[in-house]
Structures are given as C-alpha cells and as structure tokens.
Write a protein that binds this ligand. Structure first.
Ligand code: PLP
Length: 405
C-alpha cells in the first residue's frame, strides 16, 4: 500500500517549537497534571483581554453584511488608510495604500514575502536567535536561511561583523526583528543605521518584523528601520495580535516602502500571492482603523504597576537569585532569554533540559534551539502569566537548579 509522506519541500524545514516537549506537556495535562505555561506568547489565556475599542469594532463588523464577503485581496481601504497614517507617523518614506497588504496575522505575510522573492538557493540573513517562522518560511520557499548572531554580551544586539561576513552574492535580504522575540531586545537608532548602511552597501532588501513596536517599556521609543532607509526597498510587518491582544482574530499587515520602483517584479509576485489567498479575515480588518486611531499614548500594562511591567520585574528578580542562570533585562515584548551555565549543570542538550524540567517540575519553557540558537545554553520564558504563577514557576526553577545564590 502506498504511504503518504510529507512533501520533500518540508525536508530540512525546522519548526520544532511544537516538538516533544510540548507533546509531553499535552500528555501530562491529559493525565490531569497542572503544567505551568511559560512557553507561549498568546496574551488571551493569561487574562489579557482586548480593549473596548476593539470589541466594539468587531461586534459592529459582524453585523455588517460587507464583512460576510471577500474583501479586496490587499484589504479594506479604511484599514489600509489607517495603517498608512500610522506608518507615516513613524517616518516610513514613500508609502501609499497600494503597497499595504492585510494578512491573517503577520505569519501569513511572512510566508508570502518569502515565497514571492526567493529562488532555490537564494540566501536571506535571519537573526539567531530568531522567531523561527522566518527561518522555516525562507526554507520552505526554497531559500537558504543564513543566521547572523545576536550578541548577548551587547544587550542581544546583532553582531554587525558577523552579519557582514555572512553576506554573499546570493544574499537577497536581511531580516530584522525589533523588538525581538525571543530576547526582548529593543534596538537603538545608531544600530539600525549600521544595518541600513550594510544593506545599502550590498544592495539588500530589509525585512522589518516590528509586531512588538507598541510593547516597549522604560520610556524607550521604537524606531522603524525603514524610516532610515528612503533609498532602499523595505518590507515592514506589524499587527494587532500582541498590542491589542487579539492574536486569535488573525490581524496583521505588511507595508512596502522606500525605493519601490526597483522592486516592481517582486511586487507583482506579492500581488499574485496575495490574490491567491483571496483576502485576510474580513471582520478582523474592520478592527484595524479603530484600534490604530484610538491608541492610548502609553499602554498602562507597560508602566510601573502595570501587569507586563511588574511581571518582567518578577521574572528578572527570580532569575538573578538562581546561581547558574543569568539574563539580559528585556526592554520590550514579553520574553526573556536566560542563559544557563551548562558546565555547572552538565547540560548538553537544551531540549532534554526543557523536557527534564517539565517532567520534574511541571513548568513548560521553550529550549533555545527552538529559536535556531546554536548552543544548548539558553531557553525562553514568556512572562505573560500572572505574578502568582510566575513566582510558583520560578520557585520550581530554583529547586531544579539546586538552590539560591
Ligand atoms: N513575528 C514575531 C516576532 C512574533 O513573535 C510573532 C508571534 O509570536 C509573529 C510574527 C506572528 O504574529 P501574528 O499573530 O501576527 O501572525
């Protein structure tokens, strides 16, 4: 009998955030074990609800007959105009509503951007650690994802020398994830300028994943890299999953900026792919304009006393108390990427560490390898759960690693 195998196109596509550790956690849960979830950047299960402006908009949209049909494949005009204003405010050069595409989350648009560009063997520079969809999408599109290192000793900023060394004749673009998942780093303007110079020197497209740009703490400001590159072709990604806590609505967008004329062929490819998926979820498109037009100056969750801010403090304090763990304090998003002293603990396989920790202490984290980090010495914590859950989890981590400093 014929066996049905996965497509060869998926060979070598590494997307193991959903691997044996998560399988084990699910099996434990089925047995009735309480597993503490420090693994997933999904705000809703942790009591983060969408702001009223979003809920009003989706209710109205569901009653609007227009949202029962397909929309323009790029998205409804009202949403695209609001996105245009938002990115004009952020300084993106040479933008217009024709170069904005709404998607079922940023995820869908990352795939479209990679599928539309890459020929077999084309290279694309992606950070390590990364948000692994980038690597998987580039690979699935036939490309060759090449990782540039981010430097923990320099606040997890990209190592510019490493980035330059990895550029070849086949490199087509650089992916910049800022603010970053999994490190929580926020890049300063001068660093972004260095990346722009490199892209300029080597004629590269900049892909800027900025989905966490409204999730920044400590009074810091996010700078869009595309605003620094009017002469380059840039593709910027953003969405409402995190800032408006509606990951389930699937609402994201992509905006092309700068020298779009030289990308006419690529844009034709993007238009084809955008049309092939017909359109993004339409009711969620009706949320975009109200959400972007009624933004609070600063999200209270990110200020002292706000949940995200206090949960970050809780997790950073707890890590600092565990001998053999260290971490760069994140400035944005809700992730931290701690380092384990692997010699001290004899850890050789980070996925095995995550599995052992789960089995022994019932706490779920994601191993660093899940983010294409090459050494077995890191893992990611999502600090979305309430302080009480974080404290219980970190007490268990302290026990696992054998006591306090
Ligand atoms: N980009 C980054 C850096 C992310 O962390 C995520 C989700 O966690 C996404 C993109 C995907 O977001 P969306 O829900 O818009 O598909």
């Amino acid at each position: 009998m014929k066996k049905f195998e996965k497509s060869e196109k998926l060979h070598g596509v590494c997307y193991d955030v959903r691997g044996p550790v998560l399988d084990e956690a699910n099996a434990m849960r089925q047995r009735g074990v309480e597993v503490l979830p420090l693994n997933i950047g999904n705000p809703a299960p942790f009591g983060f609800t969408a702001p009223p402006v979003v809920l009003d908009a989706i209710h109205r949209a569901l009653e609007d007959p227009m949202s029962q049909g397909y929309s323009d494949s790029k998205g409804i005009l009202e949403a695209r105009l609001a996105i245009l204003d938002y990115h004009k405010e952020k300084g993106l050069p040479n933008i217009n509503e024709d170069h904005i595409y709404l998607g079922n989350g940023v995820s869908e648009l990352i795939s479209i951007a990679m599928q539309g560009l890459l020929n077999n063997g084309d290279e694309i520079l992606i950070p390590a650690p990364d948000y692994p969809l980038w690597t998987a999408a580039a690979k699935l599109a036939g490309g060759n994802p090449v990782h540039y290192m981010c430097d923990e000793s320099a606040g997890w900023y990209p190592d510019m020398r490493d980035m330059e060394q990895k550029i070849t004749d086949r490199t087509k673009g650089i992916v910049v994830i800022n603010p970053n998942n999994p490190t929580g780093a926020l890049y300063p303007k001068d660093l972004l300028q260095q990346i722009v110079e490199l892209a300029r020197k080597h004629d590269l497209i900049i892909f800027a994943d900025e989905i966490y740009d409204r999730t920044v703490m400590d009074g810091k400001e996010h700078v869009s890299i595309a605003s620094l590159a009017p002469d380059l072709f840039c593709v910027t990604f953003n969405g409402l999953s995190k800032s408006h806590r509606i990951a389930g609505y699937r609402s994201g967008w992509m905006i092309l900026s700068g020298d779009t004329a030289r990308a006419a062929g690529y844009i034709e490819g993007i238009n084809m792919l955008s049309s092939m998926r017909l359109c993004a979820n339409v009711p969620a498109q009706y949320v975009v304009a109200p959400a972007l037009k009624n933004r609070p100056q600063v999200d209270e969750l990110l200020l002292p006393g706000g949940r995200v801010y206090e949960q970050r403090k809780c997790i950073c304090d707890a890590i600092a108390e565990i001998d053999g763990l260290s971490a760069v304090t994140p400035e944005a998003a809700f992730y931290i990427f701690p380092k384990i002293d692997v010699k001290k603990f004899g850890i050789k396989d980070d996925e095995q560490f995550a599995l052992d920790f789960l089995r022994e202490k019932h706490v779920l984290v994601v191993h660093g390898g899940g983010f294409n980090w090459p050494e077995p010495d890191h893992f990611r914590i999502v600090y979305l759960p309430e302080v009480e859950v974080l404290e219980r989890s970190m007490a268990k981590m302290r026990e696992f690693f054998g006591g306090e400093r």
